[in-house]
Design a protein around this ligand. Structure first.
Ligand code: UT7
Length: 332
């Protein structure tokens, strides 16, 4: 029986807005300190979009960069998946806005809402269309402007988040040993209450009251999310490794969602991964939700830490709860 093609990443682009919000800047906004933020989260600074700059702008720029790196024209793209929880607006989808901005005239597309697991979910969704032979060129974009839904009077959340985007182009791989080899995802809706934005949807449509009650901001029980993330990143990583008859020793690079340096470190430690195999860049970008994994991938690639043939383990936990893991053999 002929094996289905896998989907490989052929190019990667990113976009972070130029404006930097440092811990010292946050000290002027809320009662916090650089030392608390660094100690509890690892974050030193994050990038924040200027007013008028939206998720589709960062997404389109990241997509343009990916396309230019591999010499692909926008009108060759079949599908655009934008992973985000901060769409420009409820509709049209951000994918439609990106399609128009980059001139991907042949593409269809949609948004994927899975919070911090969004990009990993996006990779696995794109891979299905590619491995069936239905589509050849799929853009997967993780983009979030978290500053648009963060309350800069709430020190428990405003220090964590940043804005950013990353985009990958996926294509069929002739060699089934390369590209996305497997994914393992879970959701647990009972965790929805611990990280959410209550206002602005059909349950609590926008009103003076929802605004007065600050329902258009991120609400989070940090400790509950922290505990779940540490447990699930490890457990889900173990599941995907075991069912591929792999151990952490087989992994060249671990790229985890950058939610908190302590979460990344705890997971890496439980998996027995030494520092050289763990990507950490939350220090510079904070938690950019769907943006963290492609931004971390971009850093690893630029730093020469990601080479053809490397086996990469992705792991993410986010609002929902959502849990996403994937195994990918890097193809260029
Ligand atoms: O992307 C997935 C979604 N999010 C996450 O993965 C986030 C997961 N959670 C976390 O990263 C951590 O729980 C936080 C960074 C949000 C908080 O760190 P923590 O170590 O869990 O702190 P805490 O909430 O237990 O608070 C400890 C203390 C509290 O003071 P008291 O009650 O002990 O007097 C807080 O009021 O730290 C206080 N605190 C702060 N102090 C200075 C909370 N935020 C701040 C702050 N600056 N920014």
């Amino acid at each position: 029986m002929q094996k289905r093609p896998t989907a490989k990443i052929v190019a990667l682009g990113r976009c972070v807005p130029p404006r930097v919000l440092s811990n010292a800047d946050l000290e002027k906004l809320v009662e916090t300190s650089d030392s608390w933020i660094v100690e509890r989260t690892g974050i030193r600074e994050r990038h924040i979009a200027d007013p008028g700059v939206a998720t589709s702008d960062l997404a389109a720029q990241a997509a343009r960069e990916a396309l230019s790196k591999c010499g692909t024209r926008a009108d060759e793209i079949d599908l655009i998946i934008v992973c985000t929880v901060t769409p420009d607006m409820l509709f049209p989808s951000t994918a439609c806005l990106v399609q128009d901005k980059i001139g991907a005239s042949r593409a269809w597309g949609f948004d994927l809402s899975a919070a911090c697991s969004g990009f990993v979910y996006g990779l696995s969704v794109a891979a299905q269309f590619i491995s069936t032979g239905a589509l050849q060129k799929v853009l997967v974009i993780g983009s979030d402007v978290m500053s648009s839904i963060v309350n800069y009077q709430d020190r428990a959340t405003c220090v964590i988040f940043g804005d950013g985007a990353g985009a990958v182009l996926m294509e069929p791989s002739d060699d089934p040993e390369f590209g996305l080899l497997d994914f393992y995802h879970e959701i647990d809706g009972s965790g929805g209450q611990f990280l959410y934005m209550p206002g602005g949807g059909s349950l609590h449509p926008p009103s003076h009251e929802t605004v007065d009650r600050k329902m258009h901001y991120v609400h989070q029980d940090g400790q509950a999310v922290f505990k779940y993330a540490v447990r699930k990143m490890y457990e889900a990583s173990r599941v995907i490794l075991a069912r591929n008859r792999l151990t952490p020793n087989d992994i060249q690079l671990f790229i985890a969602h950058q939610a908190n340096l302590r979460i990344v470190n705890a997971t890496a430690e439980r998996l027995g991964l030494d520092d050289g195999r763990v990507v950490r860049n939350i220090q510079r970008f904070g938690n950019t939700t769907a943006g963290t994994i492609p931004l971390a991938m971009a850093d690893a690639l630029e730093g020469g830490r990601l080479k053809k043939g490397d086996l990469v383990l992705f792991a993410a936990v986010g609002a929902g709860y959502t849990v996403g893991t994937a195994l990918l053999r890097w193809a260029y």
